[in-house]
Write a protein that binds this ligand. Structure first.
Ligand code: PRT
Ligand code: ZN
Length: 296
């Protein structure tokens, strides 16, 4: 590996894999992942990917085997608690806005939930014993935590546990197993983590470049480019309707002294109502376009 090359750990095969490869691709980093490879070199950027189970990513990054890792916050939190480490040991560089889910407590639909005290003296099955243990300790709940590695949701039915603590996104799995979510203990999304080990200055530069690109991708996904024609004197009202915009570009319209072309980048969602409001202050030919790349 050259001085500037960094190794990034990502999930080999799972819920985060496709989105992680997609955000890297949008950042200009493409990989040839045929033949079930474990490592893959990027040609256009000094990065090597290492494809592993998500549970192993925090440790690879903490140990400096990989300089960066893409992983769910839920997995990071559980590993940090397991190792009794400080969260500073694996700094989070970025929250990535995909892989959103929550770690929640759920009980049988038929049971009446009486608040967190309900769990006192109960058996709770989970793959996140440390996160749950910490939550219960913080809230003075005395429960038996049973560590289960998969299919946690079937344990109440099998009378292995009274309740579960598991990852929820749509809630369909809970519903399908006659369970109801009663308390959330953690919000999670995919994050980018960095090794605490000292890196070469060239590697730090590679990380800075990658971060700027990731930021650009995320910003372009959030933002929209809006074009419209409007009366010169309606600019202030247009800006009121579109909060979070930078100063718009204003250009003359050929053959019309009173009206101008207005171009701007908007961070907020642009709904049909927003466009109707723009029309009501005199804007016309309103176009809302996606942005492919963005560097500010
Ligand atoms: O093989 P490897 O160890 O790498 O993968 P894994 O099986 O441990 O993880 P994987 O691929 O299932 O999930 C990877 C990460 O995706 C998790 O650590 C979370 O950060 C994130 N994520 C987002 C989810 C979900 N959504 C999710 N819905 N992880 C798991 N689920 C499961 C959950 O465990 C439950 O079984 O989906 C079910 C609930 O989903 P809903 O939509 O029915 O509520
Ligand atoms: Zn896993």
């Amino acid at each position: 590996m050259s001085n500037e090359t960094i190794r990034i750990a990502i999930q080999k095969s799972g819920r985060l894999t496709e989105k992680t490869l997609q955000i890297l691709k949008q950042s200009g980093l493409e990989f040839n992942l045929s033949n079930n490879v474990l490592f893959s070199q990027c040609e256009a950027f000094p990065v090597e990917l290492m494809l592993v189970r998500d549970d192993d990513i925090p440790e690879y990054v903490a140990d400096g085997i990989c300089e960066l890792g893409f992983v769910g916050f839920n997995v990071l939190q559980e590993k940090i608690l397991k190792k009794g480490q400080s969260p500073d040991n694996i700094p989070i560089l970025k929250h990535l806005g995909y892989g959103n889910c929550r770690l929640s407590l759920a009980i049988s639909k038929e049971e009446e939930y009486t608040g967190l005290n309900y769990f006192n003296g109960k058996k709770i099955a989970t793959s996140y014993p440390k996160s749950l243990g910490e939550y219960f300790a913080k809230n003075d709940i005395n429960a038996e935590i049973i560590e289960i590695s998969g299919s946690v949701e079937v344990t109440p039915k099998l009378k292995i546990a009274d309740a579960i603590c598991d990852i929820v996104s749509s809630g369909a799995t809970l519903k399908g197993n006659n369970l109801k979510e009663v308390d959330k203990i953690l919000d999670s999304e995919s994050i980018l983590v960095k090794t605490p080990k000292e890196l070469k200055p060239e590697q730090e530069q590679t990380i800075d470049r990658l971060l700027a690109r990731l930021e650009g991708v995320m910003k372009s996904q959030r933002n929209k480019y809006i074009m419209m024609n409007a009366d010169k004197d309606s600019l202030a009202r247009i800006k009121e309707i579109l909060p979070g915009v930078d100063e718009p570009s204003v250009m003359p319209l050929a053959g019309d002294d009173g009206r101008v072309a207005v171009h701007l980048v908007c961070e907020e969602n642009v709904f049909w109502e927003t466009m109707e409001n723009l029309k009501s202050v005199g804007a016309s030919s309103i176009l809302v376009l996606p942005i492919e790349k963005f560097i500010s």
